[in-house]
Design a protein around this ligand. Structure first.
Ligand code: EZ4
Ligand code: CO
Length: 409
């Protein structure tokens, strides 16, 4: 079953997405997500110039061999651009294979281990009343696990905090990538953050009780000793996880945090290879793997990471922001269902404009996501709708300390 055509589609229904569409000689199509937030056109060019020409004429069924051909064959390995490009090819080929088989992808990955994937939603507020409203809204929507992000006294804007609690109705309206020729600049103060966050979790537990799983994202801003202190001070509030406490590239940092706290740790949304995880997994320095299918070499790449994690009893907690397209989200859901060591799935609902371009079939019922039993991934790309939303340059913000020093965002 030879690959006859490959298209790279860039569209911006509210935010930018890069999608690969592979068509076989008998007209079967498969989709893959290659969106790299704020650096989209680098992946588009990598695919268009260096990958598409290699795919024409290859057997669409040879998924592992194609993965190795693009990974080993490039000589220059790893990196977010390369691995997002490989992810898109890999996901599209799995989509094709499952469509040909007439099965939802999770069946080809071994079948379902659970009835649905527990999802967590994003509650946030500039102050406690706003945050409580946002948590209540998420509970009403059916979420059974909730990420809590909060404004910090003295800081104007803080990562993960929606502009207003009601915002876009029931929709989490925090979209960090802003259209423009330059990134927005935010300000940061770790000491103010460390002083404030434990009091917020104390208040949330007092209001909502001990049962509700609560998560928090540190977004790579702390030093190891600062993260250790936060983990320790949050222990009374029984977090499901503390995410991205320190910058991701420093695997040894997690050793220090681990020595000081029993708060479970999650990391990996900016990772792109199993080699980013070797120390973290083999030394049991984390509890959850945050990688997305979209950024880690696809279903094939991430499945290997999760199987490695399973050896150490470490679970999945796949990244699922709105910059993962519905195609990437669907791929994640099939893997969520099929791996034994599933933990939780992040879920930020896409906008109506995005769902006009990407026709999804996955469902969210009573806090659980299900990829649906449609053959393949279960997502269709509407090319006419995609054309109505042309690409707009947009960047993630940058962060500065009070004296102007550039800090991790
Ligand atoms: O900032 O996906 O856990 N989720 C996150 C996200 C990331 C964005 C960056 O593109 O940290 O909100
Ligand atoms: Co995160």
């Amino acid at each position: 079953m030879k690959i006859a055509a490959v298209d790279v589609v860039v569209t911006s229904p509210g935010r930018n997405f890069v999608t690969l569409r592979i068509t076989t000689e008998d007209g079967i199509t498969g989709l893959g997500d290659a969106t790299l937030n704020g650096r989209e056109l680098a992946v588009e060019a990598y695919l268009r110039e260096h990958v598409v020409p290699l795919l024409i004429g290859r057997d669409a069924h040879d998924i592992e061999d194609t993965w190795q051909y693009l990974y080993r064959g490039a000589y220059w390995r790893r990196g977010p651009v390369t691995m997002a490009a490989i992810a898109a090819v890999d996901t599209a080929l799995w989509d094709i294979k499952a469509r040909v088989a007439g099965m939802p992808l999770y069946q080809l990955l071994g079948g379902a281990c659970r009835v649905g994937a527990l999802a967590y939603g994003h509650a946030s507020g500039r102050d406690l009343p706003e945050l409580f409203d946002s948590i209540r809204l998420h509970l009403e929507l059916g979420f059974r696990a909730i990420r809590v992000q909060t404004g910090i006294p003295g800081l104007d804007t803080v990562y993960g905090v929606a502009a207003s609690a009601a915002g876009g109705g029931d929709r989490y309206d925090y979209e960090p990538a802003r259209a423009g020729v330059l990134p927005v600049e935010e300000s940061w103060d770790t000491r103010a953050y460390l002083r404030h966050v434990p009091s917020v979790f104390e208040a949330v537990r007092a209001e909502f009780g001990p049962e509700l799983p609560l998560l928090h994202d540190g977004h790579h801003r702390m030093t190891p000793i600062e993260a250790a202190r936060l983990g320790k001070s949050l222990e009374p509030y029984d977090l499901f996880w503390l995410e991205d406490a320190t910058p991701g590239e420093d695997q040894a940092a997690l050793r220090l945090i681990r020595q000081h706290t029993t708060t479970p740790l999650a990391i990996g949304e900016v990772f792109n290879s199993i080699h980013d995880y070797t120390t973290l997994l083999s030394e049991r320095l984390i509890d959850y793997v945050r990688s997305a299918v979209t950024h880690t070499g696809g279903v094939t790449g991430l499945k290997k990471v999760l199987d490695f994690a399973a050896v150490y009893g470490i679970k999945s907690g796949m990244h699922g922001p709105t910059d993962i397209s519905p195609v990437g989200m669907a791929a994640a859901l099939h893997l969520d269902l099929a791996v034994h060591n599933f933990g939780i799935q992040e879920y930020m609902r896409h906008t109506p404009a995005t769902l006009e371009v990407f026709r999804t079939s996955y469902t969210f019922v009573d806090g659980l996501l299900h990829p649906s039993d449609t053959p393949g991934l279960g997502v269709e790309l509407d090319l006419d709708a995609a054309e109505r939303f042309p690409y707009r340059p947009a960047y993630l913000p940058v962060n500065r300390l009070a004296d102007g020093t550039l800090h991790d965002w």
